[in-house]
Design a protein around this ligand. Sequence first.
Ligand code: PGA
Length: 222
Amino acid sequence: MTDKREALSELAAQKLVEQIRKKPNSNLGLPTGRTPVTMYRHIVRLSREFGLDWSEVHCFALDDYLETLEEYSFQKYLEKNLYQHIGISAANTHNPRFNDDYDQLIEKHGGLDLTVLGIGANGHIAFNEPGTPEASYTQCIWLDESSRNSLKGGFPEDSDVPTKAVTMGISTILSSKSIIMLAFGEEKKEILKRAFDNGVDPTIPASFLVLHKNVSILTDCD
Ligand code: PGA
């Protein structure tokens, strides 16, 4: 972990903690993957330092695998990296795998206040793979071959890499009042440039973020 990544992860954590202090009943859209691990470490630390009250916060996982080994699920990831450290009630943690109408559930709670995203090397946000339209809501999808390739190494066997997932849609994400994107490493440099330099291009799902008025991109790519 470079100093810059550490600092950007801490900044993302500070923004999220600030959101909760400003609005104790915040609804958060939460990512998984390699990139946000350090952000979660800082959230846990800051949460302890401030004695942050999570009792009214609702956490919504962006996505999760389908038909995979449970220990590799995003639900487990979020429990391990965040939920178990902050004493949040299970009733306040949500996952699209366990909800038939995730968009309606989010709506019922008053909408997403802050959503944190990563970006896939193919430009996906959550598991909205290239070609996903703007008018998409939470849905089951087939993972793109490039997404599956980047997941190899994280599973015991290549054949364990999931083929299906359930993910918030582009519209679900764009409905969030604010968005933070974390993008670290050389392998994200090219796709970031393509996503944000040329307007909306449905073959690069992250490019839909140019339609949103409150997106912060925290990146160590020059
Ligand atoms: P990564 O995944 O953080 O593991 O690179 C990012 C993503 O696919 O959104």
